[in-house]
Design a protein around this ligand. Structure first.
Ligand SMILES: [Zn+2]
Length: 199
C-alpha cells in the first residue's frame, strides 16, 4: 500500500467537484442532491460531501445510516464517469483526467502493477479502474466523492470485491513512512484484510 499524495490534491478535488456539480445541473438533479445532503445526517453542502476526507466520510457513513440515500451520484458514476470517453458536464472532465492529474503510475494497493492512460484515436483509455474505498452499493451517496475514488489495477479491484482493503491510500491519519517500510515486500494477498468492516 502506498499513500496518494500530490501538492495539488485539493485543487484536483475541487476540479472534480465542479465537474460533478456541472453534471448534476445539466441532469436537472442538482437541487435534489444538494438538498439531500443538507437536510440529512451531517447537514453538509454538496461541495463538502464531494470533497470529504476519509475521516469525514466515515462520519458521513454513521450519520446518514438509515436515511434513504440519494442514488443520483451512483448513477452518474455508472452511466457516465466509469465509461471511457464520457465526460462530466461541459468541463471535459473524465476519470482518465483524474488519474492523469494524480500522476500515479503504479497501483497504490499492491505497489506492483503499472497503471496508465493510453491515448487512442478517439479517446483516452485507462488501464486503471477506480475502486470505491467505501462501497458505492452500500453508500451510494459517496459514489462520486473524490477521496473515495482510488485508481487501482484491475486485479486489486477484483480482489477488493471479496476482501476489504485495510486502509485508504488517502487516509492521512496513517503514519505512512512507517507503514510503507513495514509492508515492503508483501505478497499480493497480504495487504488485504479478511474483515467484515471497511476500516
Ligand atoms: Zn494493484
Amino acid at each position: 500500500m502506498i499513500p496518494i499524495t500530490h501538492p495539488l490534491l485539493l485543487q484536483f478535488a475541487y476540479q472534480h467537484y465542479e465537474a460533478v456539480e456541472d453534471q448534476l445541473k445539466s441532469d436537472g438533479s442538482y437541487k435534489t442532491v444538494s438538498k439531500w445532503f443538507e437536510k440529512n445526517g451531517l447537514g453538509m453542502s454538496l461541495k463538502e460531501a464531494i470533497m470529504a476526507s476519509v475521516p469525514l466520510m466515515e462520519k458521513m457513513i454513521e450519520a446518514y445510516d438509515g436515511t434513504t440515500a440519494t442514488t443520483h451520484l451512483k448513477d452518474m458514476y455508472k452511466e457516465r464517469f466509469s465509461l471511457s470517453g464520457r465526460s462530466l458536464g461541459n468541463k471535459k472532465y473524465t476519470a482518465a483526467r483524474l488519474v492523469e492529474n494524480l500522476g500515479i503510475k503504479v497501483c497504490p494497493y499492491c505497489n506492483r502493477n503499472y497503471i496508465n492512460n493510453v491515448p487512442t484515436q478517439k479517446k483516452v483509455k485507462r488501464t486503471s479502474e477506480l475502486d470505491h474505498f467505501f462501497s458505492k452499493d452500500k453508500y451510494p451517496f459517496l459514489a462520486m466523492s473524490f477521496f473515495n475514488l482510488v485508481p487501482v489495477c484491475p486485479s486489486c479491484n477484483l480482489l477488493k470485491h471479496k476482501f476489504d482493503v485495510s486502509a485508504s491510500p488517502y487516509d492521512f491519519r496513517i503514519p505512512w513512512d512507517d507503514a510503507v517500510r513495514f509492508n515492503y515486500g508483501i505478497t499480493d494477498a497480504d495487504f488485504l484484510k479478511m474483515s467484515g468492516k471497511s476500516m
